[in-house]
Write a protein that binds this ligand. Structure first.
Ligand SMILES: [Zn+2]
Length: 262
């Protein structure tokens, strides 16, 4: 049985890395309305097509030291990190849920979040289609356990209403009072659907995690002079990170916290 878990863990990591590699193609091509199957992967500088052995997630980047084999053009660290994140997130989903239908939903959510986070990072835009996919996965995750256990769980519906209305209010107030676009409509929908998936308690945790990570990383980037204060911030990557951590560990973190204070 232990061997089985090791093998499935390795398989989960590899599956995540391979799908994240495909996610990188989606992130590049969806905003430009390009086909996601043609042309095959090629170097944007010298247009040489990549051989299969130059297209292996994570490994090829390391072997080629982040450069095109033909022209030496640098390959962005972005895709390498995306593939590592894909592998790690799929591994965490498997370790959390084991052999269970939740693992399939979790893989879907992890892949979707890589694409949402990547596209928002590059374009500051969250696509409607990705929100619809998120809604479908969240509905399945919310409804199936209630059907199996024949009990009604209102936390998701409260989360959906509270998440959506609260952040809609934040968005409107920011526009009226501070005359700023604090949140895009995509962020508001993302948080509402996250409320359905997580329940209102873990939604609060997700927002806390997203805010803390966002603040630490953005301040570090400014300190390292990688960004200046005026740069626009994409919240999407931090939101999906917070939602993902709360999705996997929200209940554990909340139970642990309540155990400490009570
Ligand atoms: Zn090249």
């Amino acid at each position: 049985m232990d061997n089985m878990i090791v093998i499935l863990s390795i398989f989960s990591f590899l599956l995540g890395a391979v799908l994240a590699s495909f996610g990188g193609v989606l992130i590049d091509r969806i905003p430009n309305k390009q086909s996601i199957v043609k042309p095959a992967s090629h170097c944007p500088n010298c247009n040489n097509y990549l051989k299969w052995y130059d297209n292996i997630p994570i490994l090829s980047f390391l072997v080629l030291k982040g450069k095109c084999r033909y022209c030496g053009q640098k390959i962005g660290l972005f895709y390498f990190l995306l593939e590592v994140l894909g592998g790690v997130s799929f591994l965490l989903v498997f370790l959390r849920f084991g052999i269970n239908y939740n693992t399939i939903i979790g893989f879907g959510i992890a892949f979707l979040f890589l694409v949402i986070g990547g596209i928002d990072y590059k374009t500051h835009y969250i696509y409607d289609l990705s929100l619809i996919v998120f809604l479908v996965l969240s509905l399945i995750s919310y409804i199936v356990p209630q059907c199996l256990n024949l009990e009604f769980n209102p936390a998701g519906l409260i989360g959906l209403a509270v998440g959506f209305l609260f952040f809609l209010l934040v968005k409107i107030l920011a526009r009226v009072i501070a005359k700023q676009e604090a949140l895009g409509m995509g962020d508001v929908f993302l948080l509402g659907i996250a409320g359905l998936l997580l329940g209102w308690q873990s939604l609060i945790l997700a927002i806390l995690i997203a805010s803390v990570c966002g603040a630490i990383i953005e301040v570090s980037l400014i300190a390292l002079k990688k960004k200046n204060r005026e740069s626009e911030i994409a919240f999407g990557p931090y939101l999906v990170l917070g939602i993902f951590i709360a999705y996997l560990y929200g209940q554990l973190i909340i139970d642990w916290y309540l155990g400490m204070v009570i």
